[in-house]
Ligand binder design. Structure first.
Ligand code: NAD
Ligand code: ZN
Length: 238
């Protein structure tokens, strides 16, 4: 495997997906059965699901919180945190994951474009910021309400909603000379388009994962393997 050279002028933009947390024991979705932890996405991860059955949505995300609290960062999360420690503000991480394994590995310059398991926000979008919330809810009656009267919902970008921090993400992609994408199937938009934006800017584009993503053709190279095995030896920082 040839290493990815990172020179003194390079700026690195990293996009990660569910695959980077697979070796930590957190299930990806669309793996074999097209389910996320045994659930159909439309039942638990859409605005319609929230309207129809908020208790089921909280039950699902309470389960993800339990899984997340048990999981530990793996060698891939640590390799990215170490790269950040080496190149500082020339590093930027955008994760599609809602777990907190990147920050627990030490990453600092990161955004969660699809939200965070450990937070909740008002269902009315009343403008109040998200709150910290790590509770495991046994019933909907336990879920609190915002000052405006709205019920708190998971701080998760449901399918059909706008991802978070898109302006900052766009700026960081425009400044990057190297895009590294890890463990994402290339099927969820707009994240699946990031590699095309990087290509238009002339940046190098490397994918790491055990199988080719749907947008494989847009990469300069695809390194086939598990993130935890490939990333620790991948970078040659000059
Ligand atoms: P996906 O499930 O569609 O794809 C997972 C990808 O990971 C696949 O391409 C697979 O080949 C790859 N993969 C599997 N094992 C790997 C390993 N050991 N190393 C590297 N890659 C590996 O996931 P996605 O593209 O991230 O899209 C799913 C959406 O679901 C995301 O938006 C995310 O918010 C959400 N999600 C999050 C989590 C989490 O936070 N841990 C888990 C499941 C789903
Ligand atoms: Zn509110």
């Amino acid at each position: 495997m040839s290493r990815v050279r990172i020179g003194g002028d390079d700026r690195v933009f990293v996009l990660t997906g569910a695959g980077i947390s697979a070796e930590s024991g957190l299930p990806t979705f669309r793996a074999d059965d097209g389910l996320w932890a045994g659930n159909r996405i439309e039942d638990v991860c859409t605005p319609e699901a929230w309207e129809r059955n908020p208790g089921l949505v909280w039950q699902f995300y309470s389960g993800r919180r339990m899984d997340g609290q048990k999981a530990e960062p793996n060698a891939a999360h640590f390799a990215l945190a170490e790269l950040e420690a080496q190149i500082g503000d020339r590093f930027f991480l955008c994760t599609q994951n809602v777990d907190d394994l990147h920050e627990r590995a030490g990453s600092v310059r990161l955004v969660h474009m699809h939200g965070e398991l450990g937070k909740a926000h008002c269902e009315n979008d009343c403008g109040r910021p998200p709150i910290e919330d790590h509770a495991i809810y046994g019933s909907l009656a336990e879920v609190g309400r915002c000052a405006c009267g709205g019920r708190y919902r998971p701080h998760i970008v449901f399918f059909g909603e706008m991802p978070l921090e898109m302006d900052r993400i766009r700026d960081e992609i425009d400044r990057a000379t190297l895009m590294l994408v890890v463990g994402t199937s290339g099927s969820v938009y707009p994240a699946a388009n990031f590699v095309h934006w990087a290509k238009m800017n002339g940046a190098r584009r490397v994918y790491v994962g055990p199988e080719e993503p749907l947008n494989a053709a847009a990469f300069t190279s695809v390194v086939e393997g598990k993130a935890g095995e490939v990333l620790p030896g991948l970078f040659a920082v000059e």
